[in-house]
Every structure is written in structure tokens, then in C-alpha cells.
Design a protein. Structure first.
Length: 293
């Protein structure tokens, strides 16, 4: 009887979790393990034969100066994007939880860019930077907009940051709105009775209680900006002169355009490890702040 119950329980679990587990293993685990295997081969991505080369591909990764340059550029892009995304998102959330008339419409409007695909978004902003702003700058006599930002290496980087912030700030705003609405009103009222001003309440009450929201938003921002590819491709194509080629685009080019799949896959794995380490460090220190708060 006990054995029969155990089998029934096992069959019930397999019935509900089996399809999902099967899909996860076949779509995620097996390709990931096969990708690790390919890092030890010289496969070009096309031929039916491949030779085992050991750790040679990893040596190529550490000797690839362009890879590390693009990774350094990606770090700069991630830093500015994450800071601005979360600053803008928190400011919008704070304003849109103060009883502003029509705030639900504003929330939906700010969230809308996140629903637009990265490729479409890149082309829209490419038209804005190359045509709309140039026309406006020339007609109004504003030198900073008189030429396309996408043709200038320095401005092209900031155009990519601006588009990224515009795309993701609304999404993070929704998370911050949920966090701000969860701040107890009695705490804020008690602080007001004690004579605390707006900045004191923000620093002493609101921000400590918002730490869980900050952890989630910063984690999501890091993950999305490190893996940026579609906006990078559609907006700048890595130009001008590879000044905006992020590391994901470089890895793609190495694997599929240069047909050096073994090295490209090794670079992808190294990137995965580096990004995982950075995000785990962020979560660790954020969790410590949450406990202290």
C-alpha cells in the first residue's frame, strides 16, 4: 500500500513537472553542455567534422584584444545605463505614486517602450538621430544636433545609452511603483508627526524599505544591458569604426561571421562566467544591505 502511494505520488509529480522539466533539459541544459564541448573543438559552424583542440580556444580568448576592448566598452555602457535606468525609473515611480491626476495613463505610457522589439526600437531611434534631430538642429541653429550622433564615435555611445534608458526605465518603474505602494502609511505619518522633512523621510524611511525593489531592478538592468545585441545592431551596427561594438556583437561576429565557432563559443562562455560573477556579487552585497536595513 505504501509503495503504491509512493508510485502514485511520483506519477502525479511527473505528470505536472515532467513536460516542463523535459523542455528545460532539452532547450537549456543539453545545448549549454554541448556548447561547452564545442569550446574544445575547432569547428567552424558549417563543416560536419571537428577536431579536439583542448584549451587552445581559451588561449585565443585571452589573446583577443578586440574581445577585451569590447568587454571594457560594455562595462562602461552597463554602468551608465544601469545608473540612469534606475534613477529615472525611481524618479518616475515616486512622482506617479503621489496621486497625480491621470497617473495610470502616464504609467502605461512610460511602460510602452518596453513592449517594442529591440530591432524596431533601434530603427526608430536611428531615424530620430539621423533625420529628426539633425533637421531640428540645423533649423534651430543648435550645433550639438546639427549632425547625426550616430556618425560620431563619442555621441554614438551616448545615443545607445539614451535608447536603452528609454526602453527599460518604464519597466523598472513598474517594480518601483509596487515597492513604493508597499511602504506603510503609518510609518510615514509617524515620521511627519516627529517633524521629519521630505528628504529625511526619503533617506531614513523610504529608501531602506525599497532595498528589495532595488535588488530586483539592478539585477534585471545588469542582465539586460550586458546581453544587449538587438538595439546595438539596429541602431549603430557597432559603428562608427567599431566604437559601439558591444561584447555580444563581437562574440556573434567571431562565431558566425568569421566562422570561428570554437573561439566564439569560448568567448561566450567566458562572458557568461564574468556576467554571472558580477551579478552574484551585486546580489550578495544588496542582500547584506537589505538585512542591515
Amino acid at each position: 500500500m505504501i509503495k503504491e502511494k509512493g508510485w502514485n505520488r511520483l506519477l502525479t509529480r511527473l505528470l505536472f513537472t515532467g513536460p516542463t522539466l523535459f523542455a528545460f533539459i532539452t532547450v537549456m541544459i543539453i545545448p549549454f553542455l554541448y556548447g561547452i564541448y564545442l569550446t574544445f573543438t575547432n569547428w567552424d559552424g558549417i563543416s560536419t567534422t571537428q577536431s579536439f583542440v583542448g584549451f587552445q580556444n581559451y588561449g585565443e580568448v585571452f589573446r583577443d584584444a578586440v574581445f577585451w576592448k569590447s568587454f571594457g566598452l560594455t562595462l562602461q555602457y552597463v554602468f551608465f545605463s544601469v545608473v540612469l535606468i534606475n534613477a529615472v525609473a525611481f524618479a518616475l515611480a515616486y512622482v506617479l505614486t503621489k496621486g497625480l491626476k491621470g497617473q495610470s495613463i502616464f504609467r502605461a505610457g512610460f511602460f510602452l517602450p518596453n513592449l517594442v522589439g529591440g530591432i524596431v526600437l533601434g530603427f526608430i531611434w536611428q531615424f530620430i538621430f539621423s533625420n529628426v534631430l539633425v533637421y531640428f538642429g540645423q533649423q534651430a541653429g543648435i550645433p550639438i544636433f546639427s549632425a547625426s550622433w550616430l556618425a560620431d564615435p563619442d555621441k554614438a555611445f551616448w545615443s545607445l545609452v539614451i535608447v536603452t534608458v528609454w526602453q527599460y526605465a518604464g519597466y523598472m518603474m513598474v517594480i518601483y511603483v509596487a515597492g513604493l505602494m508597499g511602504v506603510p502609511n503609518d510609518i510615514m505619518e509617524a515620521a511627519s508627526i516627529d517633524g521629519a522633512n521630505g528628504w529625511t523621510k526619503m533617506r531614513r524611511m523610504v529608501l531602506p524599505l525599497m532595498v528589495p525593489s532595488f535588488i530586483v531592478c539592478i539585477f534585471l538592468s545588469l542582465q539586460r544591458t550586458f546581453m544587449v545585441y538587438d538595439v546595438n545592431l539596429a541602431l549603430t551596427k557597432g559603428g562608427p569604426f567599431k566604437s559601439t561594438e558591444m561584447v555580444s556583437m563581437h562574440v556573434y561576429g567571431k562565431a558566425f561571421l568569421s566562422r570561428d565557432y570554437g573561439v566564439g563559443q569560448a568567448e561566450a562562455l567566458v562572458l557568461f562566467v564574468l556576467v554571472a560573477a558580477i551579478t552574484l556579487i551585486q546580489v550578495y552585497f544588496s542582500k547584506k544591505m537589505e538585512v542591515e536595513a
